[in-house]
Design a binder for this molecule. Structure first.
Ligand code: NDP
Length: 247
């Protein structure tokens, strides 16, 4: 059961793992947790001071020296992802894990009112950026003994609840991208591909979506880490094409 997985201390030793949206929320905690289990993490995000703060915490805790890769996922074009591949190849030579965690909430409003601008930004950050980054980094993932790609879904990626607009649509698309890629790679590749649905988690995004909620009533990012560790480490080598609930 991934939710109660107890990871060995050195689970991710000698692994290089990239995390998007690593400066805040679930991504920051995932990056620190992977580092605490021995991984060299690459902190990908758009707000450099936040990435630097996570970097400093990892160093202070005695983790392997991380990398920082600033990129804005709604502005980046295909060439930027090719550059990302080339720079990571130079610095690390391989990639054992890729956690697609960065996400935009967009508007919470009926489709009838939904603005095209917000729609396009959410689809770009939550879907197209993941497609482009995955496509560019596949050759690096193929260089690892075993590699794990994790996408981040949501409850509204399975049931289209009212007023969730492009965010819900983007999470359905994420589940689709995960399945297509997993089925393409299954049996012929060292790469497994899964989704995590974090469930209600105490972050800035959750507070924006549910302003009236008491943040103390939902789980912290730390509490959902067993599922992330399970899917990132080699105890999940047989698992691919799954969408796993972290709660
Ligand atoms: P946060 O808002 O706390 O963190 C989101 C992260 O994504 C931030 O680091 C943010 O960077 C980054 N990001 C957003 N837009 C961009 C962009 N255009 N370019 C680069 N980075 C960007 O959210 P959570 O931690 O809550 O969410 C993490 C993931 O979990 C998301 O995919 C979300 O959809 C999903 N999720 C969360 C749930 C929850 O209850 N919290 C429930 C279900 C799913 P910056 O800090 O610079 O803004």
């Amino acid at each position: 059961n991934p939710k109660s997985y107890q990871a060995p201390d050195r689970l991710l030793e000698n692994k290089v793992i990239a995390v998007t949206g690593a400066g805040d929320g679930i991504g920051a905690v995932a990056a620190k947790t992977f580092a605490a289990h021995g991984a060299t993490v690459i902190l990908i995000g758009r707000t450099v001071p936040k990435l630097e703060a996570v970097y400093d915490e990892i160093e202070a805790a005695g983790g392997p020296q991380p990398g920082i890769y600033p990129i804005c996922l709604n502005g980046a074009v295909e060439k930027d992802y090719q550059d990302m591949h080339d720079r990571l190849e130079e610095s690390f030579g391989k990639l054992d894990g890729l956690l697609h965690n960065a996400g935009e909430l967009g508007q919470r409003t009926p489709i009838a009112n939904y603005k095209l601008e917000s729609w396009q930004k959410v689809m770009q950050v939550n879907v197209t950026a993941q497609f482009l980054m995955t496509k560019s980094l596949l050759p690096l993932l193929e260089k690892a003994d075993h590699a794990s790609i994790i996408f981040t879904s949501s409850g509204v990626g399975r049931v289209g609840k009212p007023f969730w607009g492009a965010y819900a649509v983007s999470k359905f698309a994420t589940e689709g991208l995960c399945q297509v890629l997993a089925n393409e790679l299954d049996g012929t590749s060292n790469i497994r591909v899964n989704c995590i649905n974090p469930g209600a988690t105490r972050t800035r995004m959750r507070a924006a979506a549910y302003p009236a909620e008491n943040p103390a009533s939902v789980k912290t990012p730390q509490e959902i880490m067993p599922t992330y560790l399970y899917l990132m480490g080699d105890d999940s080598l047989d698992i691919t094409g799954q969408s796993v609930d972290a709660q």
